[in-house]
Design a protein. Structure first.
Length: 305
């Protein structure tokens, strides 16, 4: 059993955690991504933080591997080709190999939604389940499917693009080119747009949540419609895959008290009763720790495989 380091590489922040053999986060670091400074700068600053985390361990002991969740499509076959879509200045980069060479450590790399899903599946809301779907709702919407204990990638690596399932064929045009995607109802910018079209006020998703809890009917309607759309997506996924555990994470899911009750209600209207009766929709149990614990777990699995 070994220590490992989990890294959540975000568009604006990089969060790192030193994880014990007992899967506890012993120490944390958090730095700005500053992607404009370029790949080498990002790697050097990650290396500095990894060294700082290793310094927390007893003399002579270091983390044996590093896992990274990255905000963009990852070629899981080569494991090292990456387009970091939210990181300007970094694209089509052999990131895993470059980081592994700099650290002289094995590095595991995957898409951030998949990494967070592993965290929830092994240590959070999906513990003790055989299969689980994780949906992350923030600036965009992503998902990861764990089927009988293993992540699903699909034939060309696009499994889990559930944010772009159509939930309303008459809905808004989405930036992906389709129409009425789940993302156009539930992502933070979508909540702001829907609230602005009803009231004229342009405010953040957090502020809409605050107003909804204070009784603002337009704000409540925005979350109700978002939850309704989420329920339609969950119903379709549950009917297709017969997976019964859904975990909802991401910044918008912090308003789970507003989002999840209408989702649980609506999924009943779009699936067999026998299916919907068994579906459980949970809020993330780990929050921002999910990608760190998932990445560290992935790193440890890499070590032992
Ligand atoms: Zn779309």
């Amino acid at each position: 059993m070994t220590y490992s380091i989990g890294i959540d590489l975000g568009g604006s922040k990089i969060a790192l955690g030193l994880v014990s053999p007992q899967d506890e986060i012993l120490a944390r670091r958090r730095i700005d991504t500053d992607a404009d400074a370029g790949l080498q700068s990002v790697i050097e600053r990650i290396a500095r933080e990894v060294a700082a985390l290793n310094a927390e361990l007893p003399a002579g002991v270091t983390a044996a591997a590093v896992g990274v969740g990255a905000p963009g499509p990852v070629d899981h076959i080569s494991g090292d080709l990456l387009t970091l879509v939210n990181l300007p200045g970094i694209s089509n980069t052999p990131f895993r190999r470059a980081l592994s060479e700099r650290l002289s450590l094995p590095v595991a790399l995957d898409h951030d939604a998949k990494v967070a899903a592993l965290g929830e599946f092994h240590f959070g809301a999906g513990q003790d389940r055989n299969s689980m779907i994780y949906i992350v709702i923030g600036t965009g919407v992503g998902a990861a499917i764990i089927y009988e204990g293993a992540l699903l990638y699909g034939e060309s690596n696009s499994a889990g693009e559930s944010g772009h399932m159509t939930v309303d064929p008459n809905g808004h045009r989405c930036h992906c080119g389709s129409r009425g995607c789940l993302e156009t109802y539930t992502a933070g910018p979508a909540l702001s747009r829907h609230y602005a079209s009803a009231t004229g006020d342009v405010i953040s998703g957090d502020e809409i949540a605050r107003r909804a809890r204070a009784g603002d009917e337009s704000a409540r309607r925005v979350f109700h419609d978002a939850g309704n759309a989420l329920g339609i997506a969950i119903a379709s996924l549950a009917m297709t895959l017969n997976i019964e555990t859904f975990v909802i994470g991401g910044s918008v899911a912090q308003a789970g008290d507003l989002l999840l009750p209408p989702a649980r209600e609506s999924l009943k209207g779009y699936s067999f009763k026998a299916v919907s009766a068994r579906v459980k929709v949970f809020a993330s149990a780990l929050g921002e720790d999910a990608p760190i614990l998932g990445a560290a777990h992935m790193a440890r699995t890499l070590r032992t495989s």
